[in-house]
Design a protein around this ligand. Sequence first.
Ligand code: ADP
Length: 220
Amino acid sequence: MADKKNDPVVVIGLGRFGSSLALELVRRGTEVLAIDNGRKTVRALSGHITQIAEADSTDIEALRQLGVQDFYRAVVAIGTNMEASILTTSLLVELGIENIWAKAISKQHGQILSRIGAHHIVFPEHDMGERVAHLVSGRMLDFLQVDDNFALAKTHPPREFVGMPLGESALRRKFGVTVVAVKSPGGEFTYAAADTVLTYGDIIVISGHTDQVERFADQP
Ligand code: ADP
């Protein structure tokens, strides 16, 4: 299959999520066709996005006129107006878009989008809430749920693992997590190795099953 990485992307709905996404794609050199039915929104973003159009994405003729059917990838970033989100997604399926990403604001919304043919569902509010909960309630500096039960976290090394090489610390046996990278104060992240010795000011990136990552990050 051809590499579709740099193919243009249609982004529909330019609220906080859709506009950030579209602008980041542009920054990374991807061509974007952005669509929103809000005149003010379109005006505010024109000049920053290659192609931007004011249109109602629940109107299949409007989508056809913009050439949406020629795109391989599309993102439906409408959340609050669930009816518009569902209808737009179904029209993209009807137009034969092969790679449809859709934003959902609830589990049920996600299930409907998936049933009507969206290929990927994202839950930005839910995911961010979960992530911030980990940061607020524990010692983690960052948290990323990579899969249902697998996570990456940025944290400080617990006391018991400071001052000895990782290879001798039995850290993986005791906690089931792997130290992936280490950053010393003032330095940059480097890969962790068996002879890496952690110090108090270090920041480490760990990976493992979510509960094990949480347990490890709770250690003083
Ligand atoms: P966020 O929470 O990321 O700001 P919203 O759901 O509030 O997301 O914003 C969605 C955007 O989608 C808004 O800018 C709105 O104008 C746009 N939008 C809603 N319905 C349609 C539609 N039928 N066609 C095109 N754009 C739409």
